[in-house]
Design a protein around this ligand. Structure first.
Ligand code: PLP
Length: 401
């Protein structure tokens, strides 16, 4: 009989030549457990998904209760399903009044696809502007606007009429004009290595979009649900987009995405043709139940209020010769090391030290720290001790072990 590791390599489509390949039997809170008693402190949250930790009891309970009622019933948009409408209502309470119409989908990439289609339909235009080093997903539309020529070029032809401009470069905004359907931006860039917008940059984009009747799309798929120390980054930057994209933590550990807009803009998908976006599993009731329970946990456990203090604790405790800088917002941190080789070694060897760390797609001199927001102070102390031990070892031994 083949081991699970052998089955993984033989039967699962592989994404790289060096997957982490740790077998996980169970996960609870901020820890994951392997089959031989291995224990890993999760500092990544499945890439900003498990904001309320693994298997939060309230999320598990909501999932079980929903499964006892029903699972999939019908394609999105036909039947009234309590988990969907209750979650949409709850989300709207936390968003500006103009963002009141929630279209649930399966993933972040599908939310991006839906939003691009919506912008094209609403404006009758095709030009799409995005940013260098942005990541919006891996489907064809999302890939077309991705801020990396390496990835785009491997899959041409892609969507026409797409343009990339530089993040935090006010001069490049002149490309937004009366032919522009939309500008899509991560208000805080994730895969670029956690880059915050400079003062006034998002306001300037908002002004340009309003002046040209182009739609502004904020991709908060990675920054949403308390990750930056605010429920959404728009709460900090006070700029209201025309379309907001959510996924990852939206489902509380289950697959769920959403594009959110005004009822007026959203209505463009209803006619000419009708069914402008079709999704079978979008807004799956079990995922919506999990997501709603998880979002309520963020409020009840005051995870937003505690986020900045926890962020500071990481910054205070993480001191090492090879750490050049720690940047980021809330519990979305990029730890820059003095060389990309140290980063490669640190991430790949982290499990030996009981840690799960991760890279950024477009920033090779930093590793990511994005733990569940439920992480306790003593767990942060433990994490920082383990990271410093790991960095000691990487500094001396590199990949030689
Ligand atoms: C900012 C951002 N947008 C979109 C996506 C795509 O989401 P998904 O992987 O659910 O398709 C991601 C995923 O990492 C992301 O970080």
């Amino acid at each position: 009989m083949l081991t699970n590791k052998e089955l993984f390599l033989k039967h699962l489509g592989q994404t790289s030549s060096s997957p982490l390949m740790l077998e996980i039997l169970r996960a609870e809170g901020v820890f994951m457990y392997g089959p031989s008693g291995e224990k890993y402190l999760d500092l990544i949250s499945g890439v900003s998904v498990s904001n309320t930790g693994h298997r939060h009891p309230k999320v598990v309970q909501a999932v079980k209760e929903q499964i006892d009622n029903y699972m999939h019933l019908m394609v999105y948009g036909e039947l009234i399903q309590s988990p969907q409408v209750k979650y949409a209502e709850y989300l709207a309470e936390f968003l500006p009044a103009s963002l009141s119409s929630v279209y649930f989908v399966n993933s972040g990439s599908e939310a991006v696809e839906g939003a691009l289609k919506l912008a094209k339909r609403f404006t009758g235009r095709s030009k799409i502007i995005s940013f260098e080093n942005s990541y919006h997903g891996s489907t064809h539309g999302a890939l077309s606007i991705q801020g990396s020529e390496v990835y785009r070029n491997a899959f041409r032809p892609l969507l026409p009429d797409t343009f990339r401009i530089r993040f935090n470069d006010a001069d490049s905004l002149n490309v937004i004009d009366s032919k522009t359907a939309c500008v899509i931006i991560e208000p805080v860039q994730g895969e670029g290595g956690i880059i915050s917008p400079e003062k006034g940059f998002l306001e300037l984009i908002r002004k340009k979009c309003t002046a040209t009747n182009s739609l502004l799309i904020f991709d908060e798929i990675q920054t949403g649900f308390g990750r930056t120390g605010h429920m959404f980054a728009i709460d900090k930057y006070k700029v209201v987009p025309d379309i907001l994209l959510l996924a990852k933590a939206l489902g509380g550990g289950m697959p769920l995405g959403a594009f959110i807009s005004s009822a007026e803009i959203m209505s463009s998908l209803m006619s000419k043709p009708t069914l402008g976006h079709i999704t079978t599993f979008g807004g799956h009731p079990v995922c919506c139940a999990a997501g709603l329970a998880s979002m309520k946990v963020i409020i009840e456990e005051k995870l937003i209020e505690s986020c900045q203090g926890k962020s500071k604790l990481f910054r205070d405790l993480l001191k090492h010769d090879i750490i050049k800088e720690i940047r980021g917002e809330g519990l979305l941190l990029a730890v820059r090391l003095t060389s990309p080789e140290f980063v490669r070694n640190a991430v790949s060897r982290a499990p030996e030290f009981g840690l799960i760390l991760d890279y950024f797609l477009f920033c090779d001199d930093a590793f990511r720290i994005a733990p569940p927001l439920t992480i306790k102070e003593e767990e942060i102390s433990l994490a920082c001790r383990l990271i410093c031990k790991l960095l000691d070892d990487v500094q001396i031994n590199g990949m030689t072990k």
